[in-house]
Design a protein around this ligand. Structure first.
Ligand code: HEM
Length: 506
């Protein structure tokens, strides 16, 4: 009797294990049966084992996969779901631009019940709502509107250099990412929420703390963003929030308080609030100014603009620490251009061609969002083949891998702004370099982000030189618990006031 019981139990265990194994592997012949080259998946995690267990960053892991396949595209699995990865810049162009009607949405979760604020930011919104709102928000980001915000940015940049002057007297090494995060926080509170963030005055300033809560490398933040990007069904099931509740409440209250104040003021600050109020009065927004849809448009500056801009400035400073010749050349350009224009204006910044190359090269080496994704809205024929990509298949564009492909960028680890000379730009495919994405769903804040980053660099480098300190990480160790490209320990370096360095005098 006992023997029979053990035999039955053993058979039951074997059958259950076999069925579980079959279930977990059920889609693993998907790409082979369609003739798409693929990488062998790991049971349960698919090809995302390293990413989902926070062993490797998304950018680096997709790069490893990219380098294993020689063709123009390949297939992977995230858990059990087949994903298509486009390698060839021509196919990337087709997906992002030419065949946009097939790829209008991202795969990221969007659930109004789980998180009403996040569901209304453009990055997360789905069609048809996205299309309507994007067209209404586009006029907010014209160069004319951004030019009007320069005085607000200059004021914050002056606070930044004053802060650096004081801190550099006390400290040999200063964490540049944190300083740049304070700057981008205050630029966004000023330009998008119409108030001062005070990040340089108090170490525990409310806005800076909110930014930390949103982007800190905690396991919970890792779980939150991983679920939104890779497990949208889990978000729907558990109603996971993309923005923590206290951050949402804070952002909503900040916006509504500003709107209340503006009703009694007649001043024109030329910030986002003024623009939204004007659009509202003209009937353009079609929804009350207090609605979540409108509040989300200010919140998205914070969600999409804060980490991206501060990372770009600090990575540029980091590379300048490592290459003093490039730094000297840039400082010279800044001094000469400021002499010509007399002040840090929009036109002066646009006139700094070498600065533009430095920032472009920074975004090549450190694309803050290292991959792009799209959902396939209709069956789509992969160019140059007879293979049909089925409706619903998630598509990835491994931007980080493209930016490090030696075919397009020889010696990709070398920081070389001359890669962005007209001659070199024309010698490679346009879609090998896409730090702001491309097509109708590209980064709406590109101009704002670029001018904000350049303006900070101009202010800093017209007063300081940057040098490596004993704490500067060489090479950088990247943090896998975040979907952006971030250094684990930040970017500590030395800021030396230039007046002590006569060789750099203008
Ligand atoms: C250096 C700074 C920045 C970088 C590198 C950057 C990068 C990106 C990238 C790669 C995308 C995805 C594009 C695609 O899928 O094709 C994106 C989307 C977006 N970015 Fe930025 N960004 C920056 C600054 C900003 C700023 C300052 C804002 C301010 C509002 C912003 C708002 C957005 C929004 C709303 C989207 C989604 C657009 C849509 O789906 O319609 N970004 N950004």
């Amino acid at each position: 009797m006992t023997v029979l019981y053990f035999v039955d139990t053993a058979i039951l265990c074997l059958v259950t294990s076999y069925l579980l194994f079959k279930f977990l592997n059920r889609n693993f012949d998907y790409w082979k049966s369609r003739g798409v080259p693929f990488l062998k998946p790991h049971i349960f995690f698919g090809n995302y084992y390293d990413i989902l267990t926070f062993k490797r960053t998304i950018g680096h892991s997709l790069s490893d996969m990219y380098n294993q396949i020689s063709g123009p595209y390949f297939g992977i699995w995230v858990f059990n779901t087949p994903h298509f990865v486009a390698k060839d810049p021509e196919i990337v162009k087709q997906i992002l631009v030419k065949d946009f009607k097939y790829f209008q949405d991202r795969t990221i979760a969007s659930n109004e019940e789980a998180d009403d604020l996040a569901a209304n930011v453009l990055f997360i919104m789905k069609n048809p709502d996205w299309k309507i709102l994007r067209s209404k928000m586009t006029p907010v980001f014209t160069s004319g509107k951004i030019k009007c915000m320069i005085p607000l940015m200059n004021k914050v940049a002056e606070d930044l250099t004053l802060y650096l002057t004081k801190l550099s007297m006390k400290q040999d090494s200063i964490e540049a990412k944190e300083v740049c995060a304070k700057y981008s926080t205050d630029v966004i509170t000023s330009c998008a929420f119409g108030i001062e963030g005070h990040s340089f005055e108090k170490e525990d300033a409310a806005w800076r703390s909110i930014g930390k809560d949103m982007f800190e490398f905690t396991l919970y933040n890792g779980f939150r963003s991983t679920s939104y990007f890779f497990l949208p069904k889990l978000v729907d099931l558990l109603k996971i929030k993309f923005i923590p509740t206290h951050v949402s409440v804070f952002l909503k209250e900040a916006f509504l308080n500003t709107i209340d104040h503006r009703k009694f003021e007649n001043s024109n600050r030329n910030d986002l609030i003024d623009i939204l109020i004007k659009l509202q009065k003209e009937g353009e927004l079609g929804t009350p100014i207090e609605s979540t849809k409108i509040i989300a448009q200010a919140a998205q500056f914070f969600l999409a603009g804060y980490e991206t801009t501060s990372s770009t400035i600090s990575y540029a400073l980091y590379e300048l620490c490592l290459d003093r010749t490039i730094q000297k050349k840039l400082i010279r350009e800044i001094r000469l251009t400021l002499k010509k224009h007399g002040a840090i204006t929009y036109e002066a910044i646009q006139d700094m061609k070498y600065l533009h190359k430095v920032v472009q090269e920074t975004l090549r080496k450190y694309p803050v969002l290292p991959f792009l994704d799209r959902a396939t809205a209709m069956d789509w024929k992969i160019p140059g083949s007879n293979i049909i990509l089925e409706k619903g298949t998630p598509v990835y564009i491994p931007m980080f891998a493209l930016h490090y492909d030696p075919k397009y960028f020889p010696n990709p680890d070398t920081f070389d702004p001359e890669r962005f000379s007209d001659e070199q730009i024309n010698s490679r495919p346009t879609f090998a370099y896409i730090p702001f994405g491309s097509g109708p769903r590209n980064c709406i804040g590109e101009r704002f982000g670029l001018i904000g980053a350049k303006l900070a660099l101009v202010h800093i480098l017209s007063q300081f030189e940057v040098e490596c300190s004993n704490d500067t990480p060489v090479p950088i160790e990247f943090e896998p618990k975040t979907f952006t490209l971030a250094s684990k320990i930040g970017l500590p370096m030395r800021f030396v006031e230039s007046k002590r360095r006569p060789s750099f005098a203008a």
